[in-house]
Ligand binder design. Structure first.
Ligand code: GLN
Length: 243
């Protein structure tokens, strides 16, 4: 971790990117770290504040098209998130946040807008209907996580370049929406997904993965996951039930 005060968890722009309940991811990382005896310093950084560069984990949520444009403009101007990644920080981004950390996306004005370029993905406006509904996905085997459930709600679709890998492959749902079955992307310490849910409330193993990366640890002390497992099994059963 970057300093001795504990795990520094940064929630990026709650005033712009908090439409879809992704605050839940912040709560889950905080709780899972505390359950392992780690002190957590949580920083909610609004879009009119400078982005600290000393965070360990940065969480970026989803948002509507206009707030997404404003967030991208401000993050680019600020530069702090890019410096944080250069320092080895972890980013976990959802939907609008995922599009923002890529190279570019189509904004609410229908224009190509520059992203932060922290992940080798490019987003465009999908030609079809908005992708809305449950998602079941198998996570990239390099990440060692179980099958994941989530909920997607996006118009943008995202193509992965050679310097990133799919975060997961969908069994149900659209994921990146490009028809190749991929969902989200990652490279090193930078992750993006289209899954809301919030995704870590459904899959706390993702929070554990980020904490392990922060600590450079192979494993964490186990915690009682029966409630999460029951929720996951319920969501998988609901998502795969015949209509
Ligand atoms: N505005 C983006 C899109 O529709 C992101 C939506 C979201 O964050 N759920 O693709």
């Amino acid at each position: 971790m970057s300093n001795s005060s504990g795990l520094r968890l940064v929630w990026v722009y709650p005033d712009l990117l908090s439409t879809y309940g992704d605050q839940g991811n912040v709560l889950v990382v905080e709780r899972r770290a505390q359950q392992r005896g780690l002190a957590v310093e949580r920083l909610d950084v609004r879009s009119d504040q400078p982005m600290p560069t000393s965070g360990d984990i940065y969480l970026i949520g989803g948002g509507e098209d206009r707030p997404q444009r404003l967030a991208a403009e401000r993050l680019l101007r600020d530069g702090g998130l890019t410096r944080a990644v250069q320092n080895g920080a972890i980013i976990f981004s959802v939907c609008a946040g995922y599009q923002i950390i890529g190279h570019e996306f189509i904004n609410d004005l229908g224009q190509r807008q520059q992203g932060l370029g922290l992940l080798d993905v490019v987003s465009e406006r999908g030609p079809g209907e908005r992708c809305v509904g449950d998602v079941l996905a198998d996570i990239d085997q390099h990440l060692g996580l179980p099958q994941l459930t989530g909920f997607e709600n996006h118009q943008g679709i995202t193509r992965i370049g050679p310097h990133a890998r799919p975060f997961a492959h969908v069994r149900l749902g659209n994921g990146n929406g490009t028809g190749d079955g991929t969902e989200g992307a990652w490279n090193g310490t930078v992750f993006g997904t289209y899954m809301h849910g919030p995704v870590m409330a459904r899959n706390p193993q993702i929070a554990d993965l980020l904490i392990k990366l922060t600590l450079d640890a192979n494993a964490l002390p186990p915690v009682d996951d029966r409630w999460y497992e029951a929720l996951r099994n319920e969501r998988i059963a609901a998502a795969t039930a015949p209509a």
